[in-house]
Design a protein around this ligand. Structure first.
Ligand code: ANZ
Ligand code: ZN
Length: 966
């Protein structure tokens, strides 16, 4: 191995010394401050600001912060005016719970934690613009959070409602649906209960359609878009009224499958449905025959969480409301009405028309309670290719049967192998004259196979349709199939008609043979053959052909959807799964909701000049026993004057949820010190939208959606310039502990980044976290893995001391090509967030440079620029070492020379039996024939070939030509 000469004055790589020094230099030069006035193109990159917990920064934070820091640094070197801000999402439960325990004010704990976080971030060399630091708990900040709330209130997007909320009995707090995981409180794991409470709500559902549709206009990772779409849950369908017999009232259902209405055999209401309350209240005296039963069921059901009620695996339960009947508007038949908790009150109309033949849940329910099942759709198979129906021709209907016949003793089945065609079928035939299907089946078996001692076992499945073009008759046919299963009782058999004999052979085949040779779904019987063995017992949920559907019978179910809706007087409607946002908490450590309750005037907004409504000091942070906020206990704060009538009034004591401050913080960074408005128009116009926003997948359905909603609202008020706040959204994979478990204090497997920084330096930690695996994938921490990046940086440090600023490289051309390739690869990889492969390209370059022993300044300087976003401290230190006065961050990002991406000349080894006997210098990509010709003329080669026979030639382009002798 070759070791470079170490210059006598070279000191060892000492990150401790380098990093502090460089950080001070950056601060002094204000290298990371964004300019509001620069003419350069702007680039706003954002990472989610953290909640400053007592635990300090997690190595997981560092992964995404470093990644976006790399993008920020590269953009600065590319000439962009970069905004890369940081702040604190500092309202939240942990500080409050800590305050309850210790009586230390959350503001004090928060301040301390923020100091720790900031120190840690600085020690990592993250190039945040600290001049724009914000803190959601700062009254100067939350003044504007309160102000935005008042705008929402003014536009009727904030309202109070008494609703059943998810209630955590331990934290004494109402939880948003998103905060309930598997029926338990996300924070403490206690089983969540239902409780009716007055809550402030934000009407995010009014924006559901735009939040859904506008996803098409942004560049988010596909999985993020999909999660948001599913959460918003847009569904198109119909609202249809079902008349209640003997009452001039009706129940409205929402259905996505109105075409199945002829198959509706009962209605199901959610336990909270007004009609259930009406009959339970006995307002229709004498109607309800089983009041106690219904009441007991409803009381139990409303206590369950939505997740328990609606999850697929959970047992479906319900009771019939005995005494009322509904009328199916399509068939005019009377159908029973049930209450079941799998129907949710907050979705659609809270009432479902049950179609047990075509919906999974209804099917399970109907089977359990022995409710009728009416099939109204049958599968349709449409042939393709030569047999595809011709669009210009009408259809001729046919009635067909298919018979699967089992041998009298063996596990074998009858099949017909056609002689002139490649067909292999079961017995298939058409109904003649007035035959019923069974007669036709028995006749066909006898005619085609001669067997007559058949015993009918069962019908297989229902009917199916097969549409195809019958070439011999030049007609489109829609064959209507039924299938029967028979077992032969004996080998009794009569002669087969000669005509039939000429057509096919009758053979017995095993299951395996049939599985291998079955060709088509219908005529060859694959559909029924599979059904026979799958114990088919599930509803058909797809589209097909309508049957039992009055005048719609025979139509394609999807095409008939709208006309059936019209037929029953239904209305086309769009529904969303998204619910309004529960916006209040009965806690202390949050933004006070800035309204006043006046007996005379009702709910009155705090005047703008009186904002912010500051949190008062309290002695006790515990929520009251009734679940009211601890603020309710401070009468001096609660009692106030009404801004309108000046009479006595009381302040709202609920505070905002911890999602409030983060719903608009990205706007504030554009103008963080403004005291007149939440952000100035010009600043917003300059910086918004955010060009790149990176954050955790766990925030996709909460913060990301909430902040899009607030931004859209502000856009509608003409207060922000763009209706979508984030151009691009990416997400990082989590970092797990060694062995793949989640890092947690209780498991004692948490890696403290401070330890890593003090042992190896920030640059090593940064490179390690970028190198650890593909950015969007979860990865496990490996303490052994850190040494690799450290050695790499040591190597770069050594090479830096051997750089020659006069000479060319020893292998000048080769290094030049490698450098240009590295520039191209690292630049692309940063843009596509393939940080791990960017690091490996840098490592390859360093290895080659050290092998060469003496790398030129012209090649090394651009390499250090490429390295600088990853290892900024070392890069700047080396930059000084290379006799530069400025910071490397003020340099321009290198650009690859496309002409220097491949070597111009190569040296090809000419081998005989695998041993190199000569070399040829030639141009890159010289043709094989030319190399060969040159090789055979070389005397050093010729002498090995004398009297020998050439068995084989192996050519590896640009590298080796090997002559193999016998
Ligand atoms: C009849 C029907 C027949 C239905 C069929 C489905 C299949 P998505 O697609 O998620 O929007 N539904 C309506 N409101 C409901 C509620 N509050 N709780 C539980 N289920 C409800 O779901 C819409 C379908 O879910 C609706 O269409 C309705 O059942 C049911 F073959 O109506 B369907
Ligand atoms: Zn008043």
């Amino acid at each position: 191995m070759f070791f470079p000469i170490v210059w006598p004055y070279m000191k060892g790589y000492d990150p401790k010394k380098i990093e502090k020094k460089q950080q001070a230099m950056w601060d002094r030069k204000k290298l990371h401050q964004a300019s509001d006035f620069s003419k350069k193109k702007k680039y706003y990159c954002l990472v989610e600001f953290p909640y400053p917990s007592g635990e300090g920064l997690h190595v997981g934070h560092i992964r995404s912060y470093t990644a976006i820091d790399i993008l920020a640094r590269k953009h600065r070197m590319e000439g962009f005016n970069v905004l890369f801000p940081m702040g604190w999402d500092a309202f939240g439960l942990p500080a409050e719970n800590y305050a309850i325990k210790t009586k230390i004010h959350p503001a004090i704990t928060t301040k301390k934690n923020i100091a720790t976080y900031k120190k840690q971030m600085k020690s990592l060399g993250l190039s945040f613009d600290w001049s724009r630091e914000i803190n959601t708990t700062d009254p100067k900040y939350y003044k504007w959070t309160q102000w935005i709330f008042l705008q929402l209130l003014k536009h009727n997007l904030a309202y109070k409602a008494r609703i059943p909320i998810n209630w955590c009995p331990k934290d004494k707090i109402g939880l948003a649906n998103e905060e309930v995981v598997d029926g338990k409180c996300e924070r403490c794991g206690t089983a969540v209960e239902k409780k009716d409470k007055e809550q402030w709500m934000l009407a995010i559902t009014k924006y559901a359609d735009r939040l859904d549709k506008d996803l098409d206009s942004v560049d988010y990772l596909e999985k993020i878009k999909l999660q948001q779409k599913n959460w918003i849950g847009r569904s198109e369908g119909a609202e249809i009224d079902f008349l209640i017999k003997d009452f001039s009232e009706s129940i409205k259902v929402f259905t996505t499958r109105p075409e199945t209405i002829f198959g509706v055999t009962y209605l199901v209401l959610s336990p909270e449905h007004p009609w259930v309350t009406i009959v339970l209240d006995n307002r229709h005296t004498g109607v309800l025959n089983n009041r106690d039963e219904v009441k007991k069921y409803v009381d139990k059901a409303v206590k369950k969480t939505e997740i328990d009620r609606s999850s697929e695996g959970s047992e479906k339960t319900g009771v019939e409301i005995k005494g009322i009947k509904a009328i199916n508007p399509a068939t005019k038949e009377e159908i029973p009405v049930w209450v079941a908790d799998y129907v949710l009150s907050g979705y659609g109309t809270g009432a479902v028309m049950a179609v047990s033949a075509h919906d999974k849940r209804d099917f399970v329910f109907a089977t359990k309670y022995k409710l009728p099942v009416t099939v109204v759709i049958e599968p349709e198979f449409v042939d393709v290719g030569d047999d595809a129906p011709r669009p210009e021709l009408p259809f001729v209907e046919r009635e067909n049967i298919l018979c699967i016949v089992k041998h009298w003793k063996d596990e074998k089945y009858l099949r017909l192998i056609w002689k002139k065609y490649p067909w292999k079928n079961f017995v298939v035939g058409g109904l003649e004259n007035s035959e019923d299907p069974m007669q036709a089946a028995i006749r066909e078996i006898q005619e085609e196979t001669g067997y007559s001692d058949v015993s009918f076992v069962k019908q297989i499945g229902g009917m199916i349709f097969n549409s195809y073009f019958a070439a011999h008759k030049k007609q489109n046919r829609r064959a209507h199939f039924r299938a029967f299963y028979f077992e032969l009782q004996s080998d009794k058999r009569s002669e087969i008609d000669l005509e039939e004999q000429a057509l096919f052979d009758v053979v017995w085949q095993t299951k395996d043979e049939i599985n291998k040779t079955i060709q088509s779904d219908v005529f060859s019987g694959r559909y029924y053959w599979n059904l026979l063995f799958t114990n088919h017992n599930s509803p058909y949920t797809e589209a097909g052909i309508l049957i039992n559907s009055g005048k719609f019978t025979n139509q394609n179910s999807e095409k008939a959807r709208k006309s059936i809706t019209d037929f029953v007087g239904g209305k086309w409607a769009t529904k969303y799964k998204l619910r309004d946002w529960v916006f209040s908490r009965q806690r202390y450590w949050g933004e006070p909701i800035p309204v006043i309750h006046c007996e005379k005037c009702g709910i009155v907004s705090v005047l703008e000049k009186d904002l912010p409504v500051k949190l008062p000091n309290v002695k006790n942070y515990e929520p009251s026993d009734t679940g009211e906020s601890p603020l309710a206990l401070i009468s001096s704060w609660v009692n106030t004057k009404c801004p309108t009538c000046k009479g006595n009034a009381k302040r709202e004591t609920d505070v905002m949820p911890n999602w409030a401050g983060s719903s608009w913080y990205f706007l504030r960074y554009s103008d963080p010190r403004n005291s007149k408005v939440f952000a100035g128009k010009n600043a917003l116009k300059k910086w918004i939208p955010v060009d790149l926003y990176n954050g955790g997948m766990e925030h996709t359905t909460l913060h990301l959606l909430y902040s899009r909603f607030w931004n859209k609202f502000l856009f509608d008020q003409k207060l922000v310039p763009k209706s979508e706040p984030y151009k691009k959204r990416t997400s990082h994979g989590v970092i797990l502990a060694e062995g793949g478990e989640k890092m947690s204090k209780s498991k004692g497997n948490v890696i403290n980044p401070d330890d890593v920084v003090s042992k190896y330096g920030a640059d090593t930690l940064r490179i390690y976290e970028m190198f650890i695996g593909p950015y969007d994938q979860p990865v496990s921490w490996s303490t052994d893995g850190i040494i690799g990046p450290y050695r790499f940086l040591e190597k770069v440090w050594r090479i830096a001391h051997t750089v020659s600023d006069k000479k060319k490289d020893v292998q000048n051309e080769k290094m030049e090509v490698l450098l240009n390739k590295t520039i191209k690869k690292v630049s692309q990889d940063i843009d596509t967030m393939s940080f791990n492969t960017a690091v490996s390209s840098l490592m390859i370059f360093a290895n080659e440079a050290e092998k060469n022993g003496n790398v030129s300044h012209a090649h090394f300087a651009p390499f250090i620029k490429l390295l600088s976003p990853f290892a900024p401290h070392l890069a700047d230190e080396i930059w000084t070492l290379l006799k530069n006065k400025n910071s490397i961050q003020e340099e321009a990002w290198p650009i690859a020379d496309p002409k220097k991406l491949i070597l111009e000349s190569v040296i090809i080894a000419i081998q005989v039996n695998g041993k190199t006997r000569a070399t040829i210098h030639t141009q890159t990509n010289t043709k094989e024939a030319e190399v060969k010709q040159a090789a055979y003329t070389l005397p050093e080669i010729q002498k090995w070939l004398l009297g020998k026979e050439i068995k084989k030639e192996v050519y590896v382009p640009n590298r080796i030509f090997n002559i193999v002798l016998s």
